[in-house]
Design a protein around this ligand. Sequence first.
Ligand code: NIG
Ligand code: FE
Length: 417
Amino acid sequence: MTILIKNANEVITLKSVAQGPRIKEQMRDIAIVPHGSVLIEKNRIVAIGTIAQLEVDYPDLIKEAEVIDATGKVVMPGLVDCHTHLVHGGTREQEFNMRLNGATYMDIMNGGGGIHATTKQTREASFDELYVKTLRHLDVFLKHGITTIEAKSGYGLDWENEKKQLEVAKKLQATHAIDIVSTFMGAHAVPHDYKGREDEFVDMLVGDMLPKVAELGLAEFNDVFCEKGVFTPEQARRILEAGKALALTPKIHADEIEPYKGAELASEVGAISAEHLLVASDEGIQKMAATGTIAVLLPGTAFFLRAPYARGRLMIDEGVPVAISTDFNPGSSPTMSLPFIMNLACMHMSMTLEEVLTATTINAAYALNRGDQIGSLEAGKQADVIMLDVANYKQLQYFYGMNHTHTVIKNGQVVVK
Ligand code: NIG
Ligand code: FE
């Protein structure tokens, strides 16, 4: 199938001469083609330019193309949500109410709620129940313009249920339009039956679960919740190094609630990204800049936990490549709206309109090791393209709290219109 998206007010291409995740002022260079058109053949982007140019260069393709009129609208790459806890049982609105009444997130978790509550609900859910629930969530993400999403396990905390979560993601990858990238996060919490025997749980992750995940090809990344009272930096290092030896790329939940030198650890183990970083230290930020470790910032979590926001502005100024994501999960960020999260990044982390576009497209794609395939509109890249019902990209955040997604093209197919 050939598609011509014709005459958008702005085509935001995110094309750059820079290779790799964008840093500093590169994050502001979103490479707009005014009055632009995009030509797509099968699942690839053929060219971007004015219609007059494309008609000269590709007369035959243009003749057979299905035309989508983008007059008055903005066209850009599909959004990449690079940090979610997508597959899980149940909801936790009662804990939200407890927090509104003064309880803290860690109090609730230490009292057997939090991640433990969702673990119970995820263990109780059948494969089919999880599949149907997650499918509905994916439909909502797609309507918000997300065309690729990361999915972490970590609510099974035993092999049977971690495998179930990862297999649900795998089946959805085969059946749903959104591309799903899997991360193993068996080190999300220490389950109750290992209480007081935390190192034995780590032994089991390293000696048993990680090799099985790698052997079955169930994940590309390996993530750890490095936090006081959860996994120490030493335990996190062990788990991440063990994953590395099995070709599972390290990611880390770092410095989310208390400073714990998680950013430093991410840089030291060569993690592709450190995520959260609400209370990352100056030194950690500098180390990440030096190693090019991507900061995946999740301002929805700061919003929903009423915690301090990560120092996104400082990180960009220091040269850390920044990506932004929803952190969709039932406890600290139950939203499927990446556009809302982008607004929080502008308002509370002083990121510019251009920086948040980079952070949710090409930099997020690099955080999933897919920067060469998605995240920008360039000839040869996968045709993941969205059309937004706004006159220019600045209106995306100006008309806040709304979903402006009009049309979604995934892999060259119109999937939302
Ligand atoms: O990214 N911090 C750990 N994990 C999630 C929250 C998980 C939950 O509360 O269920 C997060 O914030
Ligand atoms: Fe998370």
